[in-house]
Structure formats: structure tokens, C-alpha cells
Design a binder for this molecule. Sequence first.
Ligand code: PRP
Ligand code: URA
Length: 207
Amino acid sequence: MSGARVSSHPVVNQKLTRLRAQDTGPAEFRTLVGDLALLLGVEATADLPAAPMTVETPLGPCQGSALKPSISLVPLLRAGLGMTEALSRLLPDSDIRHLGYTRNPETLQAEVYYAPTPPDPAPDLALILDPMLATGGSACAAIQTVKDWGVGEIRFLGILGAPEGVAALASAHPDVAVHLCGLDERLNEKGYILPGLGDAGDRQFAT
Ligand code: PRP
Ligand code: URA
């Protein structure tokens, strides 16, 4: 499994266009990140296994289903915070395990500043949430941490990716599915995605 699954949903494309616009302010930006996370979350979980279960409606029994895997949401601080509420609404039985990475602006290397105690037992599935996949350094480091927890399956959910980041992830972690709302042209010399949307953390939090 390598390469990214990029959404072709017209609503995703419209919201992503608005997200990129430089006149989109922080409040609208946060709303759009949440909307896109929800739409992407639906696409990225379409094949999750389910088990049959019976529910009693007011009129009698009904055959329904329940999701089988235990799931952890793993938002990468800070920018991944904006995707968390939408995913936890979609998957209300999941727990949330934040990881803190910041990209060194000189070296572009991901530096860890927050890592919680590993979950015990490890979940069946972890969804890593980060709007931006640029060099792929943050995503690769986070995936390695989550693999060290002993998680069965990992999926990466991002809003915008660069080919360089997708390639880095496919090379280091070919077993991890990558779901994106959009895939851009390239990185600039400072590691920013072009044409991109700027700094996803700063635009969400008005910093
Ligand atoms: C941004 C973004 C990703 C990372 C992507 O985070 O949210 O985590 O850069 O870049 P990479 O693929 O080259 O690692 P940043 O370090 O700016 O921190 P922030 O979320 O606190 O703004
Ligand atoms: N992080 C961002 O927030 N934006 C980019 O374009 C690259 C990394």
C-alpha cells in the first residue's frame, strides 16, 4: 500500500479552495478544517469492519451493526487539534492520544515535545490527524511512535500533502494508508507546500 488516496468529492474541493484563500480568517479557517476532517474521516473509514448487533426499536428488534476495531485518534499538536472534534463526533467510542511535534525551521526535522504514556492495551486502529504532510518528517516520526505502541493498523488523515511527503511516508511506512483532501505540486525551499495554504497552525490559532 503506497501513494495517497486523494478525495475527489466536489464539496471537499470547494471547502479546500476556501481554506487556501488568504482572506479566510481564523474562525472560518477552523470551521473549514473541521468540515474537511469530517468529510475525509467518512471516506477514510468506509471499509472498517463491523459486527452484526440487534437493537430494540420502539416497535421491535432490528438487525444493525457496530464497528469492530478499537480506535485511537492521534492528533499532532498543534494543527491536528482542528481535526479532532470532527473525528471524535464521527467515532465517539475512540480515545484521543495527542503527540507534540514541532518542525525545526532550519533543519525541517520533526522534534518531539509531548508524547503520552503508551495505551495499554494498544488499540486495533490509530488514525493520525495532521492537516499538513510536507516533508513527511512529523508524520513519519508519529507513525513510528504509534507503531512502538503495538497498534495493529495505522491510517494517516491529512488535508493537504506534497509529493515529497507522500513519497517519504510510502518509503518509511508502506503499510500505512494516507488519506488527503488535496495533493499539491511541491515544497518550496523553506519546506512549505506550494501552492498550499500557508501555516496551518498559525492560521487556525491566529498566531
Ligand atoms: C506543521 C504541520 C505538520 C508539519 C508538517 O507543524 O502541522 O505537523 O508542520 O511538516 P513536515 O511534513 O515537514 O514535518 P508545525 O511544526 O509548524 O507545528 P504547529 O502544528 O504547532 O504549527
Ligand atoms: N506546515 C504547514 O503548516 N504548512 C506547510 O505548507 C508546511 C508545513
